[in-house]
Write a new protein. Structure first.
Lengths: 247, 187
């Protein structure tokens, strides 16, 4: 039984469907109800059981209710994937003039969301020797000129994961990150807003294409959630087709 | 030399015989109500390069270890979201106040990876600042301003002191190497 935040589209949808393909129960946690139900249906169609669950990861009470509801319904929780990012993630900005409210949106979704999910999920994950996966980005390694707030929160996520892996290892709970590069609505929006972005991203890409969320990214996250990764914790796996300036 | 940061910047500036510029003290709520004050400070502070070296230092956000399931929301906001915003604004101001061809040098507390259990708020800030520095480095590079970060191990109260900052500033200011990330004292 896994929860995937921000799963109503893009990479989150890919993760949810990939988990459904091996028969898992997947809670599609998102704010967008219509799209969330659609993805839950895709999970079921893929061979698992998809359930939509409404959740704003930046809201403490909402996250507490969501985790409790999953545990009440299923009697267990084996994995949590924090994939949600701010809707502002693909929007190019000048960090010198960025409004603090826009920065708050990045921080609240990516960092506060990670903290709240971790805090609420720890107890059931300890019961199941489960796993937490946080989505980061190549931007969180190298920084970004036009996406500085997005890059900053993605870098900060890696600090959380490294520390929580040490905290939770003795309890049998693993914490890892995945840095994907995939064709998602956010990336498409980024390409549309910044015409130079496609050339910068794909111009030197070793494999020459953006990953597919279901086929290229979802299985990597599924691996980290699975028993196959029982000895893997505190790492970041790059699922980016080799497109990294910093290894 | 200018030192931009929270209260600790005053002591560091004194040891460097430098000028200090203090980031407003803050303790954010969920809505970041005090963010407007920080934004106003940034907008009125950062214009025109005046300093060859700008040091940035924000007090360590975490003074004792605490496992994440015991961290209350208020504590999270105070020790993670607030300094995250202060760092973001302070680095921007530092870049703007640095002369073309100058150097911005950030000092941040970073728990040693193997000892980082219980120190996730500080680890979050440290890795976030490292990435902020890289982003600001890309931008400032257009003016040949280099942006460095020196991470210092967070294993005692005195994670930063004047002599160490002075030595690292002298070393980096004399270097022609581009923006650098230095993890000091990690094992």
């Amino acid at each position: 039984v896994v929860v995937v935040s921000g799963a109503s589209g893009g990479v989150g949808r890919g993760i949810a469907v990939a988990c459904g393909e091996v028969g898992w129960t997947v809670y599609v946690a998102a704010r967008r109800e219509g799209e969330g139900h659609d993805v839950a249906g895709e999970v079921t169609q893929a061979g698992g059981r998809g359930e939509f669950i409404s959740c704003d990861v930046a809201d403490a009470a909402g996250v507490e209710r969501m985790v409790q509801r999953v545990v009440d319904n299923e009697g267990r929780l084996d994995g949590v994937v924090h994939n949600s990012t701010s809707g502002l993630s693909p929007v190019p900005v000048d960090p010198m003039t960025l409004s603090m409210q826009d920065l708050r949106d990045h921080v609240a979704v990516s960092l506060r969301g990670a903290y709240l999910l971790a805090r609420e999920a720890f107890s059931p994950l300890k019961e199941s020797n489960g796993s937490l996966v946080l989505l980061t980005s190549e931007a969180g390694f190298e920084g970004k000129m036009r996406l500085a707030p997005y890059a900053a929160v993605k870098g900060a996520v890696r600090g959380l994961a490294r520390s929580w892996a040490r905290e939770w290892g003795p309890h049998g709970v693993r914490v890892n990150c995945v840095a994907p590069l995939a064709l998602s609505p956010a990336v498409e929006e980024g390409f549309a807003k910044d015409p130079t972005m496609a050339e910068r991203v794909l111009g030197r890409h070793p494999m020459g294409y953006l990953g597919d969320p279901v086929r290229d990214v979802g299985p990597v996250v599924r691996f980290l959630l699975s028993e196959s990764a029982r000895y893997v914790t505190g790492v970041t796996i790059m699922a980016d087709g080799g497109n990294r300036p910093i290894s | 030399v200018l030192v931009v940061g929270t209260a600790i910047a005053t002591d560091i500036a004194a040891s460097l015989e430098a000028t200090s510029l203090l980031v407003p003290e803050a303790s954010f709520d969920e809505s970041w109500t005090q963010g407007a004050e920080l934004e106003a400070w940034r907008d009125r502070s950062g214009s025109g390069g005046q300093y060859g070296v700008v040091v940035v230092v924000v007090d360590s956000s975490q003074v004792e270890p605490q496992i994440i399931e015991d961290v209350e929301l208020d504590r999270w906001l105070e020790s993670c979201e607030t300094p995250f915003a202060q760092w973001f604004a302070a680095l921007g101001v530092a870049c703007l106040l640095c002369v073309d061809g100058g150097r911005v040098i950030a000092f941040v507390a970073r728990p040693r990876p193997m000892d980082s259990g219980g120190w996730s708020l500080a680890a979050c800030i440290a890795d976030g600042v490292e990435t902020m520095v890289r982003s600001y480095g890309f931008i400032a590079n257009e003016r040949n301003v280099r942006v460095d970060v020196v991470t210092l191990p967070l294993d005692d109260d005195a994670w930063i002191e004047g002599d160490l900052v002075r030595n690292r500033v002298v070393m980096l200011a004399a270097s022609s190497i581009g923006s650098m990330v230095i993890h000091e004292g990690e094992r």
